[in-house]
Design a protein around this ligand. Structure first.
Ligand code: SAM
Ligand code: DTB
Ligand code: SF4
Length: 340
């Protein structure tokens, strides 16, 4: 065992909620472990912190779609690119609450509301706060992703009943400029701090499959794990193909084993965080998803669409979790299959 090879104790002794700085050498050494060893370490950490037979089920709704001034090179909703997505206004409260109610009946425990904004205007935030309060009133966990926030806006969302704020770093610091030019990584880190300071829980992750290298994927995980507090939720998205955006020129679907390794490293680096297998499950076999759950992924988005792209059909997810003996809101509600 060389100096950077993590010992079992190093990787597994971290109690829930602890944090420590991880080095690149440690992350690389974990990633390079023989597969069985990496999976064993990830499982050991996972079992110390979570029920290994439970997966969280969240549902997404785009409450304001398209026409976004940002130039994120992967995104169907950017006004910079010619995609099939039409811009819409912010939805009214009633249809959002109705969608949340349907998602809850179909097994979702968290409802995430997304808006294609650089940042919310204060008058829009008034309406979002009312919507958040109404969704919270259904008894669901609430999450929103609205772009950059000021400290005051974050505090208002928290007061309105928001539990989580999603704001992704998207990729490594080194690859970031190849994907987005209209907002800096530091802007994002500032928004995460504002959300934290307001008492919101943080959901923060990124995307793989945009042409980045393995070291970028590890760089992204290191950035997340070494934040002052690691995010409570870490969404790992595999790029869902979108016609007309620049990422098409570089995109390369990751090797499935590389994805499992990355999930395992995420689990070990962030022992107490929920790791969500987010976008891109439409391209994954049942076997690959099962390996990702074994590696420590313990959350998924359910519902046939994410924001503008496809997700596996609800019945396929319910059957998969059932075959794996995994409990979730979804598995408990198999009879609700006609709801969506
Ligand atoms: N506009 C807000 C923002 O970017 O802060 C929130 C919505 S945005 C769609 C949320 C996240 O979804 C992005 O940060 C990105 O990580 C992910 N995402 C967007 N388009 C995607 C795609 N085609 N495939 C995979 N993930 C994607
Ligand atoms: C996240 O990391 N993934 C979700 C959520 N946060 C908002 C969004 C996935 C979007 C996939 C592309 C689309 O459907 O437009
Ligand atoms: Fe806008 Fe968010 Fe899409 Fe970037 S990811 S273009 S900020 S909607």
């Amino acid at each position: 065992m060389n100096a950077v090879t993590p010992r079992m104790d190093d990787a597994t002794d971290a109690p829930a909620q602890s944090r420590r700085d991880w080095t690149r050498a440690e992350a690389e050494a974990l990633y390079a472990l023989p597969f069985a060893e990496l999976m064993f370490q990830a499982q050991t950490v996972h079992r110390r912190n979570f029920d290994p037979n439970h997966v969280e089920t969240a549902s997404l709704l785009s409450i304001k779609t398209g026409g976004c001034p940002e130039d994120c090179g992967y995104c169907s909703q950017s006004a910079h690119f010619d995609t099939d997505v039409k811009a819409t206004r912010l939805m009214d409260q009633a249809p959002v609450v109705e969608a949340a109610r349907r998602a809850q009946a179909a097994g979702a425990t968290r409802f995430c509301m997304a808006a294609a904004w650089r940042n919310p205007k204060d008058r829009d935030l008034d309406r979002v706060c009312d919507i958040v309060g109404a969704v919270k009133g259904l008894g669901m966990e609430t999450c929103a992703t609205l772009g950059m926030l000021t400290p005051a806006q974050a505090a208002r969302l928290r007061e309105a009943g928001l539990d989580f704020y999603n704001h992704n770093v998207d990729t490594s610091p080194e690859y970031y400029d190849k994907i987005i030019t209209t907002r800096t990584l530091q802007d994002r880190i500032d928004t995460l701090a504002h959300a934290r300071d307001a008492g919101l829980k943080v959901c923060c992750g990124g995307i793989i499959g945009m042409g980045e290298q393995v070291e970028d994927r590890l760089g992204m995980l290191l950035l997340l794990a070494n934040l002052p507090s690691p995010p409570e939720s870490v969404p790992i998205n595999m790029w869902n193909e979108v016609k007309g955006v620049p990422v098409n020129d570089t995109a390369e679907r990751p090797d499935p084993i590389a994805l499992v390794r990355l999930v395992a490293v995420a689990r070990i680096l962030m022992p107490a965080s929920v790791v969500r297998l987010s976008a891109g499950r439409q391209y994954m076999t049942d076997e690959l998803q099962a390996l990702c759950f074994l590696a420590g992924a313990n959350s998924i988005f359910i519902g046939d669409v994410l924001l503008t792209t496809k997700n596996p059909q609800r019945n396929r997810d319910a059957e998969l979790l059932d075959r794996l003996g995994i409990k979730s809101g979804l598995a408990g509600r198999a009879e609700a299959s006609e709801i969506r």
